[in-house]
Design a protein around this ligand. Structure first.
Ligand SMILES: Cc1ncc(COP(=O)(O)O)c(C=O)c1O
Length: 484
């Protein structure tokens, strides 16, 4: 009776197989490029290595065997005093750090453009966020780094703050001056912890931006799966020697980590660390050469530009990851969303993100010359067909609407009674849900913040533009949950 016809389907598996069989150039995460970054034998072995904590295989929560040894190697490879394997993505490292440094009701400094995982970490920890702004490039509408002066002012105003968090690189590969942040925070006696989710490869090539720990920050969370050949969810938390005395970090880490970690996932991180130490620089060298070739070709195309140099010159930006290729399409008759659709349909190229003004292609050391060529060939053809037309230019949607006043902590808001009100009438109320267009997943409405009319309009506009909206209880955006 249970075996109705629809029970013969396995929708997730089938969708994955058909996407794989399309054979698209995968210019998006994860960094292993559809498995190509694994040696065939390693990949075949992954399923057969799905064991549990039997004798000899150690225990992630109190390692003293092969996991302890792998952690030691990981920490050395990344120049850390100690490292932790994260099996629930970079998000869980952010949660662990917030649980470690927070005290109920006391402020922590967080960039307002932080990933939404910060919000759940704030709920768990009970800290009061004091947000500081980022620098936005208005032509593209993206945040490229932090505003150091604003951060310093927040430090001055909040002597009770327990720590400073920063995000670098951004989703677009732009990096902030973390050395200066660590110096400024240090003057106020605060440690700096960095969401370095997109920067796990930086350590392995001298031409890439300098990693957070090497710039004097106390901790860095890296989404290894984003840029290295690691299975999705594989990530790491690295901490500087002596930065976290006592057991609190270990307890926080254990609290946010499953008791059944996936061994294939752990093994993929172990192998990626080995690969990066042994061959990472040479592989990245190849990838950087291809990135340069790609940018040179794209720059020649009418209607298209690669604003990497412009982004590198924004105040406070100290470097840009060449493997994140932002292609501005303001000179084309069609917008970035249409460009992304054409790339997928006609050239079998799937990019990571599209906005009206640009598309973002993410490459890793696992991409092959063919992947780069397909992107360039697609863009050449698109430029030939669509350059020079008179598209009505609209100012791009900026990375964030204006900040709302923080009235309650995210934790207070999470547990408070809530009520759904019509979307247009929510202005002035206190938000009860975190709403983030994805990617890059920066919440523009946050629980505990007073909702502004601009934020309400912003979310609807983002939805109209075809962005996925995460976190809205009412996906139709007719109502918003606010604190009763
Ligand atoms: C800047 C940033 N931080 C953190 C995360 C969370 O990473 P994960 O999905 O590995 O949990 C993301 C995810 O895209 C991100 O872009």
């Amino acid at each position: 009776m249970l075996a109705t016809p629809d029970q013969h389907k396995a929708p997730i598996y089938e969708a994955l197989c058909s996407y794989r069989d399309e054979g698209a150039a995968l210019l998006h995460m994860p960094g292993h490029r559809g498995g190509a970054g694994f040696e065939a034998a390693e990949l075949a072995a992954v399923g057969s290595l799905d064991f549990t904590e039997v004798p000899g295989l150690d225990d992630l929560h109190s390692p003293d065997g092969p996991i302890a040894e792998a952690l030691e190697l990981l920490a050395r490879a990344f120049g850390a005093g100690h490292s932790y394997f994260l099996v629930n993505g970079a998000s869980s490292g952010i949660h662990a750090l917030l649980l470690t440094v927070s005290q109920q009701g006391r402020p922590v400094l967080v960039p307002r453009y932080a990933h939404r995982s910060f919000w759940s970490g704030l709920v768990m920890s009970g800290a009061r966020p004091v947000y500081y702004p980022g620098r936005i490039v208005p032509d593209l509408g993206i945040v490229v780094g932090l505003d150091l002066e604003a951060l310093e002012q927040r430090l001055e105003e909040n002597p009770q703050a327990t720590a400073v968090f920063a995000t670098s690189p951004t989703f677009f590969g732009t990096c902030s001056d973390l050395r200066a942040v660590a110096r400024v925070a240090g003057r106020y006696g605060k440690m700096v912890m960095v969401d370095e989710a997109h920067g796990a490869h930086f350590r392995f090539h001298p031409a890439l931006p300098e990693p957070a720990l090497q710039q004097g920050c106390a901790a860095a969370v890296q989404g290894l799966h984003k840029t290295l050949p690691v299975l999705t969810q594989g990530a790491a938390l690295h901490v500087a020697a002596g930065a976290f005395p006592g057991t609190r970090l270990q307890r926080a880490y254990s609290a946010v980590t499953t008791t059944s970690p996936s061994y294939p996932l752990l093994a993929s991180m172990d192998l990626a660390r080995r690969l990066m130490v042994l061959r990472g620089e040479a592989l990245l060298e190849e990838a950087l050469r291809r990135a340069q070739w790609c940018r040179e070709r794209l720059r020649r195309l009418p209607g298209v530009s690669c604003p990497q140099e412009e982004l590198a010159q924004v105040t406070g930006v100290t470097g840009v990851d060449p493997l994140k290729v932002v292609i501005a399409v303001e000179g084309l008759e069609i917008d970035g969303l249409q460009v992304a659709r054409l790339l997928r349909e006609r050239w079998g190229v799937q990019v990571e993100m599209a906005q009206p003004g640009f598309v973002l292609a993410m490459f890793s050391l696992c991409h092959q010359p063919e992947d780069w060529r397909r992107l360039v060939a697609g863009m050449e053809e698109i430029s030939r067909q669509y350059a020079g037309g008179a598209r009505r230019r609209r100012r791009p949607l900026q990375a964030l609407p204006p900040e709302g006043e923080v009235v309650m902590t995210p934790r207070e808001a999470f547990f408070a009674d809530r009520v759904a009100v019509p979307w247009q009438e929510a202005a002035g109320a206190i938000a009860a849900e975190a709403i983030a267009p994805y990617p890059p997943g920066i919440p523009c409405i946050l629980p505990g913040e007073r909702v502004s009319r601009e934020a309400l309009e912003y979310v609807r506009e983002a939805a109209r533009m075809g962005w996925r909206i995460q976190g809205a209880t009412d996906a139709s955006l007719r109502t918003l949950e606010v604190i009763r």
